[in-house]
Every structure is written in structure tokens, then in C-alpha cells.
Design a binder for this molecule. Structure first.
Ligand SMILES: Nc1ncnc2c1ncn2[C@@H]1O[C@H](COP(=O)(O)OP(=O)(O)OP(=O)(O)O)[C@@H](O)[C@H]1O
Length: 248
């Protein structure tokens, strides 16, 4: 069973070394981004504040909001990459995060070595990784390149590898920053099918996107982030929108 619970969660980023006063003044009126505050004398960006969220299996949550509203920060907090600065965060179930699939790919390691590395980072045993390697290699379509260092790959080849690895594990909770689309036409088609499969097998989906049509299609609930705070939003309105109103 998958569940996520956030109670009054805040995430602050301290800003060192910048001219705090002028920074505050310049950006206070900014239409994008988090809010500025002070914490024990240090200027901080309040990327998230007062976040309350309860999710259970079957929930497909769409996250919308203007640039810098806090969507990626919330996804990373749910993934455990960022610790909340305040509040309570509980999570049950395995997590797969398709936030930045190419993150952690080692250029000097071969494709296969990267599969091993990422598998270990994702918490799989060596045996589990070995069992997945042939399928991941096959899906990537990289042929003998899987034995070559990733630095010899084109960007598209690297993305194919990263995508094939990231989508090879099923998880109770799936976190996504936009819908992944990678590669040339042939690969995109099979990647789309694989994405649908991964999404359908997940208990909870949290998908951040600027596309109202995508959110309306993939999600059964939606919230809006505005300057780091959650606001209710209407899914039914999104289905007809061609563009999200990004104004704060
Ligand atoms: N590592 C960091 N250090 C300092 N500030 C940060 C950091 N990461 C994010 N922020 C700030 O936190 C706020 C939220 O950023 P976040 O990346 O979560 O927004 P977003 O909604 O994902 O934006 P976008 O739609 O542009 O991707 C912004 O004001 C951003 O400048």
C-alpha cells in the first residue's frame, strides 16, 4: 500500500553570499519564484511553506503552477532528496522518480556499468539488477554501445539509456516532472507505451506539468502551487484549457 502525508511542510533554501538586502528588494516583486524570508539572520528562499497533502493508492495528482512556484521542490521532497525545513513528512511504499533521468549517469562508465550503478542507487540487489540488464539493453536499442563509455554516446543515446533504466523498476509511488519523451520517432513510440505501463502499475502518481491537457488526461486530482503554497484547483477546468494561466 502506498501513502504520502505532509503536514505543514516547509522547504527553505538559505542564500549565502548574495547581497541579501538588494536581492530581496529586486526580487520581492517578482512574479515567479518562491518568497523571501529570514531564518536566524540568513536570507532564505521559502520554496515551500504550509504544505498539507494526503495521498493514497489510486490517487493521480497533477501539480500546476508558474515557473518557480515550487513544483520541482515538492517532487524532490517527496522523493526524499530534500529534507523539509519544518513540518512532518511520512511516506509508505517504494518510490520511482522520473524527475531527471539523466542525473547520476556516469560519463566514464559503460552503459552496462551505469545500469548496475543506477540499480544499486534505486535499492535493487545485484541479483535483481543482473536479471534486468538484458531487458534494459534490449529496450534501449543501443546494441554494442552498451559496452562503450557513455561519453561516446550522442545526447539522444544517453537519454535512451537513462530512460530505459529509470522505467525498468515498478514502484508504488511514481514522481514525474513533465512527461518524458525521448529519442527519435521509433523510440518515442515505444517509450510512450512503456511510460503508460509504468504509470498504470504505480499506486500513486504525482505529475508536475505546464500542460493542462496532460494533467487532465493522466490525473484524477490537481493542486496549484503559487509562491510555494498549495491552492485548490479544478480538474474539469483544465480539460478545456489550452494553456495554463501562469500568472501568480
Ligand atoms: N537549490 C536551490 N537553492 C536556492 N533556491 C532554490 C533552489 N531550488 C529551487 N529554488 C527556488 O525555489 C523556488 C521554487 O523552485 P522550483 O524549481 O521548485 O519551481 P518549479 O515550480 O519547479 O518551477 P519551473 O516550472 O520553472 O520548473 C524558486 O524560487 C527557486 O528559485
Amino acid at each position: 500500500m502506498a501513502s504520502i502525508s505532509l503536514k505543514n511542510v516547509a522547504v527553505n533554501f538559505p542564500i549565502y553570499g548574495a547581497g541579501a538586502a538588494s536581492l530581496k528588494k529586486t526580487l520581492a516583486a517578482s512574479v515567479t519564484g518562491g518568497r523571501f524570508g529570514k531564518e536566524t539572520g540568513v536570507t532564505v528562499v521559502q520554496a515551500l511553506s504550509g504544505i498539507n497533502l494526503e495521498l493514497k493508492s489510486g490517487d493521480r495528482l497533477g501539480l500546476i503552477g508558474h515557473n518557480g512556484a515550487g513544483k520541482s521542490t515538492l517532487l524532490r521532497t517527496l522523493a526524499g532528496v530534500y529534507e523539509p525545513s519544518a513540518g512532518e513528512f511520512k511516506r509508505e511504499g517504494t518510490v520511482s522518480s522520473l524527475i531527471d533521468p539523466s542525473l547520476g549517469i556516469e560519463a566514464d562508465a559503460t552503459g552496462i556499468e551505469n545500469i548496475m550503478l543506477r540499480g544499486l542507487v534505486m535499492g535493487l540487489s545485484k541479483k535483481e539488477i543482473d536479471a534486468r540488464i538484458p531487458e534494459i539493453c534490449e529496450f534501449s536499442g543501443l546494441g554494442q554501445y552498451v559496452n562503450m563509455p557513455v561519453r561516446t554516446y550522442s545526447t539522444g543515446m544517453m537519454m535512451r539509456l537513462a530512460f530505459s533504466i529509470s522505467t525498468s523498476v515498478e514502484a508504488d509511488i511514481l514522481l514525474m516532472d513533465e512527461w518524458l519523451s525521448v529519442g527519435d520517432a521509433d523510440f518515442t513510440e515505444k517509450a510512450e507505451k512503456r511510460m503508460r505501463d509504468v504509470v498504470s502499475k504505480s499506486g500513486i502518481l504525482v505529475l508536475a506539468s505546464h500542460s493542462p491537457a496532460l494533467i487532465a488526461k493522466e490525473c484524477n486530482m490537481v493542486v496549484k502551487l503559487s509562491h510555494g503554497r498549495l491552492e485548490p484547483a479544478e480538474l474539469s477546468v483544465l480539460a478545456d484549457a489550452t494553456e495554463l494561466d501562469d500568472r501568480p
